[in-house]
Design a protein around this ligand. Sequence first.
Ligand SMILES: Nc1ncnc2c1ncn2[C@@H]1O[C@H](COP(=O)(O)OP(=O)(O)OP(=O)(O)O)[C@@H](O)[C@H]1O
Length: 459
Amino acid sequence: MRAADLAGAVLALSAIWALWWMVRYVRADRMTRASIRQAVRVRFGWRRLAPMAGLSVQDKTPPAVVISQDGKVPKPRVITPKIKVRPDRYGVVVRAACVPKVSLAEFQKAAPYLADAWRCTRVSVLPDKPGQLIVRGVRVDPLIVPTEHVPTGEVPEELARWHLGLDEYAQPVSVDLSDVPGVTVAGLPGFGKTSLVNRFICDTAPSAAVQFAFADGKVTSSHEGDYADLAQRAFAFVGDDLADANALFKRLVELRRARSAAIRDVLGVKNMWHVGPSDAWPLVVLVVDEAHTYFRDYKGSDTQTKKLAALAAENARLVEDLVKKGRSVGMLVIIATQKATGDAIPTFIRDVCPVGLSFAQKTAEAAVVALGEDIRNWPDANPTALQDPAYVGVASMAHQGRPGFARIRTPYVADSDAARIATDTAHLTRDPTELLHALAGPSVLLRDRLMKDDGAEAA
Ligand SMILES: Nc1ncnc2c1ncn2[C@@H]1O[C@H](COP(=O)(O)OP(=O)(O)OP(=O)(O)O)[C@@H](O)[C@H]1O
């Protein structure tokens, strides 16, 4: 190929690349455009910035062959880590290749300088794959940018994955609910608990492999409150009546027992999560909202108070049973409360719920009640720092599988969207006890018959 042809090809490729970026820029929203400009600055300023931030190394070994007319040994080369920059709405994601003596620790030390130079509110450095790091720079604090979620009404790919929102580096955060028996959600009124639970319900409701029961301690009948529209997608609903709630919890504990007794015969496994939820053996989700109503400690010596105290104590015991023993048979309890006292979510229940989230809290004690003692060691993530109205919709959650807590911007789910999904999916509602009877009945009969046959043969 002639040199002119080669130059032409390079020019054409560059033109296509520039055009592609121009189209991307024009089509992007305002925040992404600012990030694209930032990415260009980061990319082209890197060779100068890296040595100043202590992120370069000198290669003093001369090349094997010295190509120099006067025979002089060339100067040592300055090696800077190679980077690839990708912009998104909140800032840039930089993938950097480590060089000798410039790796994770050096980048983490330099993070504040990078944040200043790149004009970011926050820069984090995490290992990517061997020899590579991910440097996340956020220009705009994702925690203070409200987001919205519009449920699609489609069956989710992963039923047991609860997409919570974005963390402080705008990375998506989700929790895997398979093998999770309980989730607690706490926080001051009006900070987003309902939206968070709504999202999970709306995203999973299109699947018949999940069935819901609601206990809403804020209302008296199913026509009121946050679950009024969703009630049509629930096989059971109770309001603030302690006896009604008691009956529902008992019914679910009975279901739990019946499932435990039948699971090996019906599913052929001891843990439902080994085969996953199905239409016939659905994941049963009990949402207990304003849990304080059902569990609080009633004090007094009159008959009525004693009766309420006994019911509340039994309610706590029944829910504890569900959380402690419901995991393997596919039962999940989500407990939400705005009250931050020990009896709102009794500690013996809170401590067996592997996932706990808290929106804003007024006091350090309330934060401990919601998230456990460890939150005292992580002041940055403490929900007491989330009381500013800008943090409506932001929750703190213990990391799964590593120490510390993440702050998560959860999206707003409009009531009208929740109502739409509930109406569209109401026909999928089934009572899991009836489903179990339909399943276990014939199979138990079959087992009995086989056992009799075996007995007859042996005789
Ligand atoms: N994730 C969010 N992002 C932005 N705004 C939100 C979010 N969640 C809730 N809001 C706003 O806050 C209001 C109250 O939210 P929500 O009902 O979810 O709070 P709550 O914590 O459940 O309150 P309560 O304990 O009284 O039920 C909503 O009507 C909405 O305007």
